[in-house]
Design a protein around this ligand. Structure first.
Ligand code: ATP
Ligand code: MG
Length: 429
């Protein structure tokens, strides 16, 4: 039979690696709670028009990266979400979540984009995102940046820099756009195919090109920042003042435009040089017009999304050890007849918070295996202690506790004092 394998660019996340994921997710949950951001879970499949309308027709994502298909039963056009902001906004509007004021929300989960798979770029990848909806002030932009910054510190991430830009408001962009098109027309001969295609549809994106042959030309292009009015500049200054007061460094990148059409005013990215060309680990910005675009009552919003694979990759690159996954105790059970009673004791230990792995044979009809083979498995498991439920111990109403990883003699413990043992174990973990 033909071997079935996963789809290219879609990865299995297996133990022990999955422990890193859980560790990261735990940190994120705890941090979000401290900033009063609440969890939000939206469907992985959404109607295609949500993304076409929300992200913009001439974006990389909508033009060529979406997994879209027709619902065979009713002919509806559906898409696996390439990002989650559009879905969050849809849900916020659908459930009138802004009726009593702003909302701070976060999500974690898989996203899907049909890209060329490479390190840090996959077809199913994971994002953690935070959104603050209903708050027009610069403090919301700054709070989100501080939140991401705090996460890097929490994780022990180094060599991450913050790049900032302001895209201003639509009318300011229109003025800049006209000047930009004029400039690009004067440099037609230097435009690559992508740029020529975008010249009139999305010229701002040309500034974001990764083509080295276009860098010099793009450097000399009119800067959006020079077209911003007083209010836009004041908003930007407001964000920077808060970052400054919090000791967060940044660099202005006038060419930072971001991939989605929905951004205005502040845009930002956290970037590392340690992951090659896939160095952006977090990107975000303000999107004051998206809610209206999706059919809601106009309301301001700002948010970011983190690429989880890239963050984990960077942690590995820095040599941050994966968290220990071994159990506290490995139960050695010489006599299968004792299993029911042994398992009752193991249940009690687990209820007390002890991580317990029980020996279990992997072939049928083998019994539990010899003591020797069970101890070998106990050792290999990485557990701190072996608990030996032997016949002699049973007779005395006890269990033998044998340290596997640290000095100390094995000792018998009465079964009715396991709670005490669990308590000392936890305090020494
Ligand atoms: P890039 O320029 O690298 O394609 P993007 O602008 O398309 O990124 P966003 O849509 O802003 O990315 O998504 C936010 C973050 O999600 C990115 O900064 C990145 O860390 C991560 N990300 C985006 N696409 C992928 C992917 N295909 N595989 C892994 N991570 C991704
Ligand atoms: Mg992309």
């Amino acid at each position: 039979m033909q071997k079935l394998v996963a789809i290219k660019g879609m990865n299995d996340i297996l133990p022990p690696e999955s422990a890193r994921w859980e560790w990261l997710e735990d940190k994120v949950r705890a941090l979000m709670a401290r900033y009063a951001y609440r969890n939000m879970r939206t469907p992985i499949v959404e109607p295609t028009p949500l993304f076409v309308r929300g992200l913009g027709e001439v974006t990389d994502i909508v033009e060529k990266e979406m997994y879209s298909f027709e619902d065979r039963l009713n002919g509806e056009q559906l898409t696996l979400r390439p990002e989650a902001t559009a879905g969050v906004v849809r849900a916020v509007v659908e459930h009138s979540m802004l009726y009593d004021g702003g909302k701070r929300l976060y999500y974690m989960g898989p996203m899907f984009r049909h890209e060329r798979p490479q390190r840090g770029r996959y077809r199913q990848f994971h994002q953690i995102g935070a959104e603050a909806l209903g708050f027009p002030g610069a403090h919301a932009d700054a709070e989100l940046i501080l939140l991401a910054h705090a996460l890097w510190q929490e994780l022990g991430l180094q060599d991450v820099r913050l790049e900032l830009n302001s895209l201003g408001q639509p009318e300011e962009r229109r003025a800049h756009r006209a000047a930009l098109i004029q400039y690009l027309e004067q440099h037609q001969d230097q435009l690559d195919e992508d740029a020529r295609r975008r010249l009139y549809s999305n010229p701002l994106r040309i500034l974001d090109t990764k083509n080295p042959a276009m860098q010099a030309m793009v450097e000399g292009a009119p800067r959006l920042m020079d077209f911003l009015g007083e209010a836009s500049l004041a908003h930007f200054e407001g964000v920077k003042a808060i970052l400054e007061a919090n000791g967060v460094a940044w660099r202005i990148n006038p060419r930072l435009v971001r991939g989605m059409d929905y951004y205005n005013l502040t845009v930002f990215e956290f970037i590392t040089d340690r992951l090659g060309s896939q160095g952006t680990i977090c990107g975000g910005g303000r999107y004051d017009y998206l809610i209206e675009q999706i059919g809601g009552k106009p309301a301001p919003a700002v948010g970011w999304a983190i690429g989880v694979e890239r963050v984990l990759e960077l942690l590995k690159e820095q040599g941050v050890a994966a968290p220990e996954a071994a159990a506290d105790a490995y139960a050695v059970v010489p006599d299968p007849a004792q299993l029911p009673r042994v398992m009752a004791h193991l249940q009690q230990l687990r209820a007390l918070g002890v991580m317990v792995q029980m020996h279990a044979p992997t072939a049928a009809g083998e019994g539990m295996g010899s003591m020797k083979s069970q101890f070998k498995k106990a050792d290999a498991s990485g557990a701190r202690f072996a608990l030996v439920f032997g016949a002699d111990e049973w007779a005395r109403g006890a269990v033998t506790v044998k340290p596997l990883r640290e000095a100390g003699e094995q000792a018998e413990r009465p079964l009715d004092s396991l709670a005490d043992w669990a308590a000392t174990l936890q305090s020494s973990r």
